[in-house]
Design a protein around this ligand. Sequence first.
Ligand code: DQA
Length: 138
Amino acid sequence: MKKILILNGPNLNLLGVREKGIYGNQSFEEYFETLKSQYTKIDLTYFQDNNEGAIIDKLHEVGFAYTGIVLNAGAYTHTSIAIADAIAAITTPVVEIHISNVHQREEFRHHSYLSKNCKGVILGFGLDSYRLAIESFL
Ligand code: DQA
């Protein structure tokens, strides 16, 4: 069975509450239930943490065993060489995703330290960005 982890970084625990005009009204927990019912034939798991080190630890933990990792590193995308190095260190392919189209937003969101080490990048499709990333592994 294919094993896919959705890994969410800082502030993504506040989806549905946070800046709804950008990130929408739905909580990730609710959206994840929809995804689980859509993808019954894969082992789909979800982890969120606000701390950089916990994200790195999770990449190390699953990154030699899983089929794929769907990563929304939030603002760490634009700052974290350590997460970029963790992605490079593991063998499981990582797809970077963003809910918003970061290129339509502030300039500091235009650069990602992670993209270079990822299999691909999907952004700007709202929560559907997660589903599209899952599809890329199937
Ligand atoms: C985000 C975009 C980032 O710039 C921002 O810091 C986030 C969410 C997105 O999904 O659109 O926290 O990764």
